[in-house]
Design a binder for this molecule. Structure first.
Ligand code: F6R
Length: 603
């Protein structure tokens, strides 16, 4: 999704403004983009450089046509309105080129705004919704950018994180947000902004998370935050303790592989954040979960799959009914939620538009919300009543891996808290304490999976199936493979095989069967035989010591034995590694899969 950055003030480490902006934009590349641009106040002009394609195109352009100055903004665009092109790239300017704007989000009434402005003889250059913002600011500008932007915001419908510079105010960047993240970094003699924390880490750890309907004037020495009526707001400064190292590749070929390998540590950290001397301590959450009559969990994509795993575990151990849904469906289906429900939202970024809308529904119904998120200070964390942070550190690869397994640790800890039987709870806690070591044992065998992928990456269809939580993990495994290898992959409940999917099975098919529920081994055995009889190759993932699938599946990968409801945390590492190596074998870039964005802040 689009990314924005901005910098004003004293240069750092003898960099010039364009290299600072390009450096910050490079930290946002992981979010997915198709063009990039910068605007710098230079020699009493607003100089814009923008280019379609990778950031390297913009870098080359800036090398050919350098800009100097102390104040600038930048953008990586993920096209929504208008194809990826130089013209449609941000920043966009007013007609005279004195005002430049970068924007994340979508202006829903841009057609009406465009007509209104065209009626005032404004000529548009691009097809974007954003360009109307630059012209509106120009229309309202009477010597004060904050006032002009505030008036403009009253005309806009939709979502935005905006940064604006103006030739007449050469040290200022004015920003605003509604439903899209915007973070201000407080430096020394300089201040910055970005749409997420990672670009700021090189320059500062002190940040302010702008709230909806707030405007900020950022100068080298000062940040003034205002509401839309112009009242000054005292916004807390938070300290970010993510280290820069964790946002770098550290010798790994790709962030995705690094993040897969970091999982044992991240799982351990997430466990330790809530367990003291083997005792589960969820603080305030303990009381909230005690009163729960029913649990509702929402998320999108991978986060939704964590919710599906949670449903099986919570229902089994707590005997409470659990409803799960993808947030984009939940928000539009007039859901049944009451104040007695315990609502859980799962979101790595904490900024996913649909998930935030689902949270608003929970709030309206008076239900208590627990957020599971990776980003301290994210919108999700601020809207929720309680937060469980996944201790994954920055997740840079677009395809989620360590965020997912740490989300699972959070939902398993919640499962323990919801479980009434104390003995059972004790056993579960003991088992959870072993999972990071067991994850390490799987990660250590990555070369076996690499060899398997080298043999099987050419399959045109890959189906994942399993029963119960093995079905849940099949969903996540299929998503991972399609995201980064572009292979047609699907997941289904193994019992559904004969109800349709088997029609697709032939010798070009690989079936990955998750078989971690001992009571269902026989059923899975039959399903594997059914696909094998139709020419498919089969990989079975099962527990150490279970040889039942040897000679049945073509390959068997045994993971350390654990509670079947917790097994997804280990079996998914196998399928993440398989997806990663398939992607690499196909010559793809697993960190930047086509068409995908890391953080989906628009619908
Ligand atoms: C898949 C993936 C996406 C995200 C989804 C939700 O690898 O990363 O499916 O899980 O976009 O994002 P968050 O968790 O940030 O709400």
């Amino acid at each position: 999704m689009c990314g924005i950055v901005g910098f004003t003030g004293a240069m750092v480490k003898s960099q010039d403004i364009s290299s600072i902006l390009l450096d910050c934009l490079s930290k946002l590349e992981y979010r997915g983009y198709d063009s990039a641009g910068i605007a710098v106040i230079s020699n009493d002009r607003v100089e814009v450089r923008k280019a379609k394609g990778r950031l390297s195109n913009l870098t080359s352009l800036v090398e050919r046509e350098p800009v100097s100055g102390f104040t600038g903004i930048g953008h990586t665009r993920w096209a929504t309105h208008g194809e990826p092109s130089d013209i449609n790239s941000h920043p966009h300017t007013n007609v005279s080129g004195d005002i430049a704007v970068v924007h994340n989000g979508i202006i829903e009434n841009h057609v009406a705004m465009r007509r209104w402005l065209e009626g005032k003889d404004v000529t548009f250059r691009s097809e974007t919704d954003t360009e109307c913002i630059a012209h509106l600011i120009d229309f309202y500008y009477e010597g004060d950018l904050v006032t002009a932007l505030s008036k403009t915001l009253q005309k806009l419908e939709g979502s935005y994180a905006l940064a604006v510079v103006c030739r007449n105010e050469p040290e200022n960047i004015v920003v605003a947000r509604k439903d899209c993240p915007l973070i201000i970094g407080r430096g020394e003699g300089n201040n910055l902004l970005a749409s997420d924390v990672t670009p700021l880490l090189e320059y500062t750890r002190e940040v302010q998370y702008l709230d909806d309907n707030q405007v900020a004037k950022i100068t080298p020495e000062k940040v003034e935050i205002l509401d839309l009526e112009g009242n000054v707001i005292d916004l807390a400064v938070s300290h970010v303790d993510w280290d820069l190292q964790s946002a770098q590749k550290n010798g790994y070929e790709h962030f995705m592989l690094k993040e897969i390998c970091e999982q044992p540590y991240a799982i351990d950290q997430t466990y330790k954040a809530r367990v003291y001397g083997e005792k589960l301590d969820l603080g305030e959450i303990t009381k909230t979960v005690k009163d729960a009559r029913r649990v509702v969990i929402v998320g999108c994509g991978t986060a939704y799959h964590a919710a599906v795993v949670a449903k099986y575990a919570i229902e089994h151990y707590s005997r409470l009914p659990v409803e799960v849904d993808v947030a984009s469906e939940f928000r539009y289906r007039d859901p049944l939620v009451t104040e007695d429900d315990l609502c859980i939202v799962i979101s790595q970024s904490g900024e996913t538009a649909d998930t935030l809308q689902a949270m608003r529904i929970f709030k309206e119904k008076g239900a208590k919300i627990i957020a599971i998120t990776n980003v301290v200070g994210s919108t999700v964390s601020r809207v929720a009543d309680h937060v469980m942070y996944t201790q994954a550190g920055p997740e840079i690869a677009v395809a989620s891996t360590k965020a997912f397994t740490t989300q699972l640790m959070c939902v398993f800890l919640l499962t323990c808290a919801l479980t009434k039987d104390e003995q059972k709870q004790k056993e579960m806690m003991e088992e959870l304490s072993t999972l990071s070591q067991k994850a390490e044992a799987v990660v250590c065998r990555q070369e076996e999976i690499q060899r398997f992928a080298a043999r099987q990456f050419n399959k045109t269809k890959v189906f994942y199936f399993g029963r119960q939580s093995d079905f849940a993990i099949s969903l996540e495994s299929a998503l991972k493979l399609k995201e980064i290898s572009y292979t047609h992959s699907e997941a289904f409940a193994a019992g559904e095989l004969k109800h349709g999917p088997i029609a697709l099975v032939d010798e070009n098919t690989l079936v990955v069967a998750s078989c971690c529920h001992p009571k269902l081994y026989d059923k899975m055995d039959s399903n594997i035989k059914e696909v094998k009889a139709r020419g498919a190759k089969a990989l079975a993932i099962t527990f150490e010591g279970n040889d039942a699938f040897e000679g049945v599946a073509d390959e068997v990968f045994q993971i350390p034995k654990t509670d079947p409801y917790f097994a997804p945390m280990l079996s998914v590492i196998v399928t993440q590694l398989y997806a990663y190596y398939c992607s690499v074998n196909r010559g793809n870039d697993p960190d930047h899969p086509r068409n995908l964005a890391k953080s989906v802040t628009v619908e």
